[in-house]
Each structure stands twice: as structure tokens, then as C-alpha cells.
Design a protein around this ligand. Structure first.
Ligand code: NAI
Ligand code: MG
Length: 365
């Protein structure tokens, strides 16, 4: 049977950008004989409107059965005053939690045509293609004890950085697996100089390395890592780090490449029966209520998220390369949605015109 995808367009520009991905999925079925079984369902505010909950149990069950979930974005002003328990983002959090997506992949990829958009000098970022793997389900955001407590005559705020060996091991393994399908180079970042969890992190990553001897492994203190990311980002390929450092380092890396409308992500869990990880792919951006319904949204982040699905869920690396190259050539041709304007005299294209351009580039590939 065909590989299966559950599409959850969500709210705001989510459905607008996802519509372009659906066209590309259809293209693969028609032109590359790579057909997918696609089903579509509601998440976020759209699910709340229909069912009174941001994710229906049936949708959750479907998400557990498919090979990959593609999500658009959730949320919007209409839902801002809802009770916390039914807010749109609770739908997203439930998916992440029940699918146990412990490994968050954030690529920072700089297309040459957009190198001027970077916060850095063009030559530092042209051709940049790195991947940050952030542990997503443990660490200081979850560790106990946590809280604000009375201590003597003042209060103290406490969070606990806590990692078990198995939590570190599964994050490390997912990073080594990625390194194997990329350029076999992995840098692990922690602060083993001042943190116990960092000492254990380094020890476990080093141990897992024995199973991936072909991968060149290095270790770096995370503060130095932050500096190196903006000094010479091209020295890296895959970076693996914990939840807190990953949060900060991935936002930092994102700005190396420019617009929010360009950034894809993947969240991976444990291997399923087919040997591939449980997975959800989504653009980094939100539902962009300020441009919803205006056909202005850039669909590239969502399209590149599907390219990640081709690579990491469907073992179609060559087709992922094809799709990324199509995006690259469209950008090189000067096709720009409104968020990518900078050059003088360029008229922006609409969301679907950007989709047209990517499909034309695929046809030409
Ligand atoms: P946002 O990412 O939706 O928008 C930030 C700015 O970037 C806006 O000016 C928007 O127009 C622009 N932008 C974002 N994506 C774009 C695209 N594809 N093309 C062109 N321009 C784009 O973040 P914001 O405004 O903080 O949040 C809006 C709503 O989205 C909120 O309800 C928030 O909770 C939700 N949100 C959802 C996320 C998710 O579903 N994963 C992530 C972040 C926010
Ligand atoms: Mg962040």
C-alpha cells in the first residue's frame, strides 16, 4: 500500500500554505509514480469550532496510524479568550505528547538568492545547510522540583535540569541517524564544564557514537556553540543539544537564513513498525492572522516541511533534493512572496502563484 499522510491544515494561513503542498503531493503521484494515501482533518481553532475541542480523539488516533503528519498552523485572535484547556495550541501539544516526539529538527538552510536577507555577511551564509536537533520532551522545562517557593523572608524560583540516560540516548540516536543520511558529521553541545546533566550528556552521546563509527563526532560547550554559529556557521552539519540550549540555538540559527516564511521543521519520535520514526512536519511560523485571507502567505516553509517528510519519513532523499532544488530555482528566478521583498522593482506573487512556480520547476526537473 502507499505511504500515508495525515494533513492537518489548522487555522489562519495554515490552510492557504497547505493547499500548495497538496498540489505538490498530487504532482508526485502523477509525475513520479510516488502516490500517497492522504487524509485531511481538523486541528486547533478549526477543530474547536467543529467539535468543541482543539483535537478530536479520532484525529489523534489517525495521527498514530499514519506514516507522517503534516500540520499547517494553529491559533488566531478568535480563540485568544478560550479556556486554556481548549486553546488551539493544546491540540498541537497533545499531538507532540501522545506521539512522543522527543526530537525536534530545525534546519537552517540559506538559499543563495536570499543570502542578502541574513543577519550575517552574505559570504558567511551563502550555501549554508545545517540541522539543529533539539531534545523536546525533557530537561529544564519539565524537571521536578519546579515552582516558586518561600525561603526565609523571600521567594525562590526553581527549575530543575534533569536528563535520564535513556532520554539522552534516544535524542542522540536520532541525531546520529540524521547524520548518517546527511554528511556524517555531528557536533554535540552542552555545558559539561559546569553542569552534571552536561557531563552525563557528553558521556552518553560518546557511548552511542560506538554504534555510528562512520560519523565524525565533536563536542562543544553550548556558549561557544552560540558564538561559532554566528562566527562561522558553515563549520557545522548536524548539531544535537538539549531542550533549553536547543530552543535558543535554533532561534539563533533561524535568523542566519532570513524570513519566517522559509523555515520548516520536523518532530520525530521512536521508530514505528516500518522502521521509520513517528513524525510530524510543520512550518516554524504561526497562523499569521495579519495576512490571513489575502493570498500573501509564503508557502515555502510548508513545502520544505514536506521535503523533510520525503527525506526522513519516506526514505525519498533524491525526491527531497528535487523539491528543494525546485524551490531554490524559483528563488533564483526572482519569484518572491511579499515577505521576501527587498530588491527594488519586484512585484510580489501570491501564495498560489508561488505554488505554480514550484510546480513548474518540478516539471522542468
Ligand atoms: P506568526 O508566525 O503567525 O507571524 C509572525 C509574523 O510573520 C507576522 O507578521 C506574519 O504575517 C509573518 N508570517 C508568518 N508566516 C508567514 C508566511 N508563511 N508568509 C509570510 N509572512 C509570514 O506569529 P504570531 O503573529 O506571533 O502568532 C499568530 C498566531 O499563530 C497566534 O495565535 C499564535 O499563537 C499562533 N502560532 C502558532 C504556531 C504553530 O501553529 N506552530 C507557532 C507560532 C504562533
Ligand atoms: Mg523559541
Amino acid at each position: 500500500s502507499n505511504p500515508s499522510i495525515l494533513i492537518l491544515p489548522g487555522d489562519g494561513i495554515g490552510p492557504e500554505v497547505m493547499a500548495q503542498v497538496t498540489r505538490i503531493i498530487d504532482w508526485y503521484g502523477e509525475k513520479r509514480d510516488l502516490a500517497f494515501d492522504v487524509s485531511t482533518d481538523l486541528v486547533g481553532g478549526a477543530a474547536y469550532d467543529a467539535h468543541g475541542v482543539p483535537l478530536h480523539d479520532d484525529t489523534m488516533a489517525k495521527a498514530m496510524e499514519v506514516d507522517a503528519v503534516l500540520l499547517g498552523a494553529v491559533g488566531g485572535p478568535k480563540y485568544d479568550d478560550l479556556d486554556f484547556s481548549v486553546k488551539p495550541e493544546r491540540g498541537l501539544l497533545r499531538l507532540r505528547k501522545e506521539m512522543d516526539l522527543f526530537s525536534n529538527l530545525r534546519p537552517a538552510q540559506c538559499f543563495d538568492a536570499l543570502a542578502d536577507f541574513s543577519s550575517l555577511k552574505k559570504e558567511l551564509v551563502a550555501g549554508l545547510d545545517i540541522m539543529i536537533v533539539r531534545e523536546l520532551t525533557s530537561g529544564v522545562y519539565f524537571g521536578e522540583p519546579r515552582g516558586i517557593f518561600n525561603e526565609g523572608n523571600e521567594r525562590v524560583g526553581i527549575n530543575t535540569q534533569r536528563y535520564t540516560e535513556s532520554e539522552i540516548e534516544r535524542a542522540a540516536r536520532s541525531a546520529f541517524e540524521l547524520a548518517m543520511v546527511r554528511n556524517k558529521k555531528l557536533c554535540s553541545m552542552e555545558k559539561a564544564n559546569v553542569m552534571e546533566s552536561g557531563i552525563l550528556w557528553r558521556e552518553v552521546v560518546t557511548r552511542v557514537h560506538a554504534d555510528y563509527p562512520e560519523v565524525e563526532l565533536s563536542h562543544m560547550y553550548a556558549d561557544n556553540g552560540a558564538m561559532q554559529l554566528v562566527r562561522a556557521p558553515k563549520q557545522f552539519d548536524v548539531i544535537v543539544t538539549d531542550n533549553l540550549f536547543g530552543d535558543i540555538l535554533s532561534d539563533c540559527a533561524a535568523m542566519l537564513t532570513g524570513s519566517l516564511g522559509m523555515l520548516p521543521s520536523a518532530s520525530l519520535g521512536a521508530p514505528m513498525d516500518n522502521g521509520r520514526p513517528r513524525a510530524m512536519y510543520e512550518p516554524v511560523h504561526g497562523s499569521a492572522p495579519d495576512i490571513t485571507g489575502q493570498a500573501k502567505a509564503n508557502p515555502i516553509a510548508c513545502i520544505l516541511s514536506f521535503a523533510m517528510a520525503l527525506r526522513y519519513s519516506f526514505a525519498e532523499g533524491a525526491e527531497a533534493d528535487r523539491l528543494e532544488a525546485a524551490v531554490e530555482s524559483v528563488l533564483a528566478d526572482g519569484v518572491r512572496t511579499a515577505d521576501l521583498l527587498g530588491e527594488e522593482g519586484v512585484t510580489p506573487v501570491s501564495t498560489s502563484e508561488m505554488g505554480d512556480a514550484v510546480l513548474a520547476a518540478l516539471d522542468a526537473s
